[in-house]
Design a protein around this ligand. Structure first.
Ligand code: DQA
Length: 144
């Protein structure tokens, strides 16, 4: 099973950006967690991070026919991007949305998620462990 993990803008700044909200673990720690989870679950995991909305749309389109599942943290684009929502709908690949922080308890502008309108599950407020949970969910439901 092949899973694509997509991270949106500023996720590469983990460990530096707002540690009180996102924690002290770094982006490198996230990449290590993804590798570890791939081994544990015996799946192939590819990670893609971009600060650019169009690059994320391109990556989702390129996933068509290549990946069995998507884990996506669109970061700030969660709350603004109809383009990412439409890209997810276009490829029709099972997807899980992850947020490191508990967006429910944050500002009003974070209460809408466009990508979440497509994703079949959302994991929020679990820190980096949310990515592990998302991969496990996809493996259990769609893994061969
Ligand atoms: C985030 C929450 C978003 O509101 C924010 O813009 C991010 C990260 C999270 O993982 O908690 O950049 O997606």
């Amino acid at each position: 099973m092949k899973i694509l993990v997509i991270n949106g803008p500023n996720i590469n700044m983990l460990g530096i950006r707002e540690p009180g909200i996102y924690g002290k673990q770094t982006f490198a720690d996230l990449l290590a967690l993804l590798e570890e989870t791939a081994q544990e679950e015996a799946v192939t995991v590819e990670q893609f991070q971009s600060n650019h909305e169009g690059a994320i749309v391109d990556k989702i389109q390129a996933a068509y026919g290549c990946f069995d599942g998507i884990v996506i943290n669109p970061a700030a684009y969660t709350h603004t991007s109809v383009a990412i929502l439409d890209a997810l709908k276009s490829v029709s690949i099972p997807a899980v949305e992850v947020h490191i922080s508990n967006v429910d308890a944050r500002e009003a502008f974070r209460q809408i998620s466009y990508a979440g309108m497509y994703c079949e599950k959302t994991i929020k407020g679990q820190g980096l462990e949310g990515y592990r949970q998302a991969i496990r969910y996809l493996k259990e439901k769609y893994g061969k």
